[in-house]
Design a protein around this ligand. Structure first.
Ligand code: BGC
Length: 423
């Protein structure tokens, strides 16, 4: 069967600065140094046996220090060359705030020049840039002032955003914030990633400031550029009620509602939907242990799993896309991917997700692009998993920095080049 995508569809992959660039100095790099030994120790109890056996790197503290990462800061031309050879016509990356404004109110023109070259390198290869302005990391000076807890944080963000947008006025697609809801829940409620708080009050303040930041950044961008389009990276898990019990159905509905809450607050201040999808999670009450447990990584619930134990559920993307249709805005899938070091599941994963994306388009949803996460293996961010989860279309040897294109990347390339999925 052949599934043709609309003309002008954007095909690409995504990265974020701190995960690929190397040698960043920000609140995450500080946190990594302070917590790497603890994270290496906790890996003993956190993971399943098969994961521990397959990825012994998880017991090394260095796994949790981003350090040189993929040295993409120096190798972006090589990496974009690979993306072009794989038929991509767009690429999503992020600008590192801590490089641009290492001291409060002082912009580093050399770093602005660096990103100017990055954008030029993309354009020279026919790759449309989708530029994320904030992908979770903060400059140290801002972190010291409390980061997103500071009441002036939205103003600081607006100042940085205005500087960047004025400097790169030819960029059309901006993503102001990446997954603000995930950042808030993992960083300020669960505390498993920077800033590492466990406080509902701090979460509420962070959330309120992020919402404010989005509104003011949106207005600022439009006052500077006529052609800019602004989105917010918004991810969602597809919650499946555990054992299909009625009370778990209700619970799953409530959790989905809460998960979508941030999006509803900013829906007027976006020009397009930047949607990110990875997996489904069993959701339910269980007896013993926790009273209320999110049953994830729990293999007795079956299904195909990624190296991180995430359950693969391609159909989920269709339901989200259909649901997003009511906002009447174009949709770009700005992340979708899996940790799969051996590249055993990636081809099928991509094809099955794209099958459901295509079905959504056929059923009237205005999806205009797809970005696989990620172009290259990198420093996995969510709850600081580090280097062992391999999300890349391209494998990276972190010792030699050698790049090796994975077989699935060639399969994805066929789809990109033909603007068509064949299965
Ligand atoms: C984040 C990425 C991350 C990916 C895989 C997304 O939520 O935006 O930074 O690497 O998920 O976990």
């Amino acid at each position: 069967m052949k599934y043709e995508f609309p003309k002008g569809f954007y095909w690409g992959a995504a990265t974020s600065a701190h995960q690929v660039e190397g040698n960043n100095y920000n609140d995450w790099s500080e946190w990594e140094h302070a917590n790497s030994a603890r994270l290496a120790k906790e890996a003993q109890t956190h993971w399943q046996d098969w994961q521990k056996k397959k990825f012994p790197e998880m017991f090394e503290p260095e796994n949790y220090i981003s350090g040189r990462a993929c040295d993409h800061y120096n190798r972006y031309e090589e990496d974009f060359g690979i993306a072009k050879s794989l038929g991509h016509n767009a690429h999503r990356f992020s600008i590192e705030w801590s490089r641009i404004e290492p001291e409060e109110g002082k912009f580093d023109e050399k770093e602005i020049e660096h990103y100017r070259k990055v954008i030029k390198a993309l354009r020279a290869r026919g790759l449309e840039p989708f530029v994320t302005l904030w992908h979770w990391t903060l400059p140290i000076w801002l972190a010291e002032k409390g980061g997103w807890l500071n009441k002036n944080a939205p103003k600081y963000f607006e100042r940085y955003v205005s500087k960047i947008v004025a400097s790169f006025s030819d960029v059309k697609f901006w993503i102001t914030l990446n997954e603000p809801a995930v950042y808030t829940s993992l960083g300020t409620i669960k505390g498993t990633q920077p800033p590492g708080n466990k406080s509902i009050f701090k979460a509420a303040r962070t959330r309120a400031n992020l919402i404010k930041a989005q509104k003011s950044a949106y207005n600022a961008i439009h006052s500077i550029s006529d052609s800019a389009l602004v989105g917010v990276g918004n991810s969602a898990n597809f919650f499946i009620p555990y054992k299909n019990k009625i009370y778990n159905k209700i619970l799953a509905k409530i959790i989905s509602y809460l998960e979508g809450g941030f999006f509803k607050k900013i829906k007027k201040n976006i020009d397009y939907v930047a949607f990110q999808y990875y997996r489904s999670i069993e959701m339910g009450f269980r007896l013993g242990g926790n009273f209320l447990g999110i049953i994830e990584n729990n293999l007795d619930t079956g299904g195909e799993r990624t190296d991180l134990g995430w359950k693969i559920y391609p159909e989920g993307i269709y339901h989200f896309l259909k649901n997003l249709q009511k906002y009447n805005k174009p949709i770009y899938i700005t992340e979708n991917g899996l940790a799969d070091a051996k590249d055993e599941k990636r081809e099928k994963f991509i094809k099955e997700h794209l099958y459901w994306v295509h079905k959504a388009i056929k059923d009237g949803v205005d999806v205009k692009g797809y970005f696989h996460w990620s172009l290259i293996d990198n420093f996995e961010f969510v709850e600081i998993r580090g280097f062992w989860p391999r999300f890349g279309l391209v494998e990276v040897d972190f010792k030699t920095q050698e790049r090796k294109i994975r077989p699935s990347a060639y399969e994805y390339a066929k789809i990109c080049k033909n603007n068509k999925l064949e299965i």
